[in-house]
Design a protein around this ligand. Sequence first.
Ligand code: MG
Length: 407
Amino acid sequence: MPAGRIRLTPQGHEVVTKTHTTTNAAHVAGEATLDRISWIKLSSVTLPLATPISDAKVLTGRQKPMTEVAFLFVELETEQGHEGIGFSYSKRAGGPGQFAHAREIADNLLGEDPSDIGKIWTKLAWSGASVGRSGLATQAIAAYDVALWDLKAKRAGLPLAKLLGAHRDSVRCYNTSGGFLHTPTEQVLDNASASLASGIGGIKIKVGNPDRKQDLRRLTTVREHIGDGAPLMVDANQQWDRPTAQRMGRAMEEFDLVWIEEPLDAYDAQGHAALAASLDTPIATGEMLASVAEHYELIRHNAADIIQPDAPRIGGITQFLKLAALAEHHNLQLAPHFAMEIHLHLAAAYPIEPWVEHFDWLEPLFNERLTISDGRMHVPSRPGLGITLTDQARAWTQATHEAGKRH
Ligand SMILES: [Mg+2]
């Protein structure tokens, strides 16, 4: 007979009620609500890139080649000694602004129960309400939000994907970092071979060259090189107008692409919808959008077959989960943008088989490596996100701010 209490039902039958015998304080009902956030550290970290990076936005003259990525790291500690780490980021301008906003609102977290992530998100949003519910201010909140989810999963002793409710232990992955427009075609081919040999499942290359024939020549070469069976995607980084996107979309149908990404301006929901309706190749977009509300405009216009949210850009994991529910309701596929260290967990928890984007750029920041095999990236067994900052990341720190007291 199991350990427990015997009680009588109203009909007089004896039933045994199991008693919980765990001695783990974190699992005792009510105990978690006694914990409070007691220390916060913000770090502004600049990650230098080995080579200046160019996508179509550079070739059309709208941006300069990218030489670094700015990260906003949040480290949290609670009175009971639980810890969390999260991050947001900015490419080109915006990093110092994210850090400044996060510093300004930091004190709002002190004394809050770290489990009350929804309440904290709302409190932080109201604390900076006059600067809006999207964009830079929301991305500062995202770093806190990710750290709170990491803390919650660590306290539960679970990888974040498991805390959220995973559908799978690994996610299909494709490489992006090897196929930028500054990279000569021969090198793109070598990078693709190396990615596939390492177990990565698909290859994405950048397009949107003002010389459209050059895009098609390069795509032909890559497709021949990797073979018809290898998943292949292209990304125009918003640099086509509607007629060009239509023409290029038709020309690319023969390549059997998994998707065409950002063919049009990120906010042109109707243009994307017309394209998605007219092409067989799926349309993917959403990485540039800065809130769930902006994504909802895409969804309600049927603008994409595959939605590509970026958790740090839309306000963190709390907002990502709201968007994931909307996307699932509309039967959309999911391929989150960048930050695979976060998005692997979120994609694992999405019901419809997703993709996760492999970038090797962030590797110098973290001590851990994600395991990749048979075309898939595996959810780490470590609790939380499963990341810790390297000494090199500490050395690249430009500014820090602390609030509260460390135990
Ligand atoms: Mg992209």
